[in-house]
Design a protein around this ligand. Sequence first.
Ligand code: TUI
Length: 322
Amino acid sequence: MRTRITELLGIEVPIIQGAMARIADASLASAVSEAGGLGIIACGGAPLDWVRSQVEEARRRTNKPIGANVMLMDPNAEALASLLAELRVEVITTGAGSPSPFIEMWKQAGIKVVPVVASTALARRMERLGADAVVAEGTESGGHVGELTTMALIPAVCEAVSIPVIGAGGIADGRGMAAAFALGAEGVQCGTRFLTVEECTVSEAYKEKILHAKDADTVVTGRGSGHPVRCLKNKFARKVRRLETDPAAADELEQMYLGSLRRAVEGDVEDGTIMAGQVAALVSQRKTAAEVIEHMVFQAEGICGRSLEQMAADSAARSTLA
Ligand code: TUI
């Protein structure tokens, strides 16, 4: 299957794995890449030597392109940006901020730069600074979220820029993929769908929570603090939401967040932050990364009637005419 995204990134199917901080390591990323998509090593919150070792491990496991993600609120972002330029991963995605200071360096290193955006303003700025594509991520996604829904954001970003757009947020199967392509995307990014795959090393307890989640089981915490995070409802999220109504509890909340993702990832799913998108409710089977990818493309092509590839070609033509 070819779209501007597969050609740009040197992959076989236009599906990229969302970066999931403390979760997406060489095991998951290499499995997704080996299956023809683009696997991404999530560097958020990780020490530099861990990042180096995971990129090296992914290289041992696959010869296909590998991506890495820089979470821009990470205090280590600058050092990480340089390390990734040195390691020459094929693709860098970014989140939770603007990667403006690093784009030039990454381009110089021959790396494809794909910022995740939650607004047309950032998408436009990224195109101007030389980004190769953008991920338009709606608020249905897990983790740090923007305000706009995927349904509103994808077409708005497609109209705002000429570089190809990857849709994200609320996409976990071929129905979501077909919808994203209908809105103008030429690729999709899925995070939550890959949480429960065999090659994902997150704790069994975390996987079980995703597998049993229902549609109304996610909540956004931290809206008041400027760091809105979508996660599954649990004891921890309920306590956070209670304290958020008390302005005097701001410091206590800050303390509570520290280490809360790590706790959930390691298995403490009552007293930690289980980041997940709204589509957790659609994820009820474990599968392998390759099975997820194969089924998604099969289902999306079944729905489209005409091929996804044609829809993407139409989107590409529209954007170059604009
Ligand atoms: O970044 C994400 N999702 C994430 S990052 C993350 S790690 C984390 N850990 C603990 C607390 C908080 C986060 C978990 N999930 N998605 C991409 C994304 N970026 N969504 C929204 C944005 C975004 C929002 C505002 C990007 C830029 C922005 O403003 C930048 C500007 O300068 O306009």
